[in-house]
Design a protein around this ligand. Structure first.
Ligand code: GZL
Length: 309
């Protein structure tokens, strides 16, 4: 009789750690830094082997990173696309290599939606609507007064810049009290926010009543420019911003910023769980939206100790 394999015990196969290639936009804002910390911490906690690449806000660096992840045969690719367009080719290469792609934070504009599994992130159009609704309510308290608005847009072609403008315009376009004076990109950074606000102030000075900034970093840069022009941010120029980062809470507590619309960067844990589900062949929704709030200056002091980023 064949020799029975008496009790040959195979060592329990330790699950090989999931390998994730992550291409990050850059390090342009407090929000982005918090997002990177969340992804790295969550990978550690989830036992995910994370290969992290910072693109310095350049799309060609993200394409290069994704190609390198494909060459390394990672289990899953995740990235936050710096702009919406120009991803079809490299995502088709990932699909041909049978590597699932998860979008975090920002969306892509691709003809074939099967090129990515899901998008985890905020509803930027709703964030823009929330900023516009706050301003409509603010204007209502001063009937008859008109407000000249200047707008600092985020990175040209990025989902948050396109959508935050869309949402804000949608809810404010019928308001006769509000008039958009100037709008220009300041690329989500403090430095550019200050530079563009200086130009706006040189051209329009005291005629500016409101600043709508697509993120807190640009608002904080603009606050410096407003003070250097001898005006009071938060009073002479009312400031509406987005993200809800620490710097915004500090500015609200100092009376220099009037409201920030939260955009949650803490996507790491949901990303790691989703990656594991995808690898296990589970169905995941095409869109995973994170919950967010609006923080007017009146609540800043109370809320500040609870902030996690
Ligand atoms: C929003 C994110 C934006 C932030 C900016 O989810 O893409 O990019 O609002 C960051 O601070 O630069």
């Amino acid at each position: 009789a064949a020799l029975a394999l008496a009790g040959a015990a195979f060592p329990a196969m330790a699950a090989k750690p999931l390998v994730m290639g992550f291409s990050q936009v850059g390090a342009e804002s407090e929000w982005r830094t918090a997002n990177t910390v969340s992804v790295k911490d969550a990978a550690k906690k989830a036992g995910v082997n994370l290969k992290f690449a910072d693109a310095q806000q350049r799309q060609e660096n993200q394409v290069k990173a994704i190609r390198s992840f494909i060459a390394q045969k990672v289990d899953v690719i995740a990235f936050s696309p710096v702009v919406e367009s120009g991803w079809d080719t490299v995502l088709r290469e990932a699909k041909a290599a049978n590597i699932p792609v998860i979008l975090t934070d920002r969306d892509v504009n691709v003809a074939d939606k099967s090129l990515y599994v899901t998008l985890i992130g905020s509803d930027f159009v709703e964030e823009g609507r929330r900023a516009g609704r706050w301003l409509n309510e603010y204007a209502k308290k001063q009937p008859g007064k008109t407000f000249n608005i200047v707008e600092l847009q985020g990175t040209v072609g990025s989902a948050p810049a396109i959508d935050r403008k869309t949402g804000f315009d949608e809810v404010t376009k019928g308001n006769a009290q509000l008039k958009l004076l100037r709008t220009q990109t300041a690329e989500f950074t403090r430095a550019k926010g200050k530079e563009v606000m200086e130009a706006f102030l040189k051209a329009h000075g005291k005629n500016i009543n409101v600043l709508y900034a697509h993120n807190d970093d640009m608002a904080i840069g603009a606050i410096q420019a407003i003070e250097e022009a001898g005006l009071k941010p938060g009073k002479d120029i009312v400031i509406v911003s987005v993200d809800g980062v620490r710097g915004a809470f500090e500015a609200m507590i100092q009376g220099k910023l009037n409201v920030t619309v939260e955009c949650n960067p803490l996507l790491g844990p949901l990303l790691m769980q989703t990656a594991k589900d995808v690898k296990a062949g589970k169905q995941v929704p095409k869109r995973l939206v994170v919950e967010e709030r609006v923080f007017p200056a009146e609540v800043a002091l109370k809320e500040f100790p609870n902030r996690k980023y």
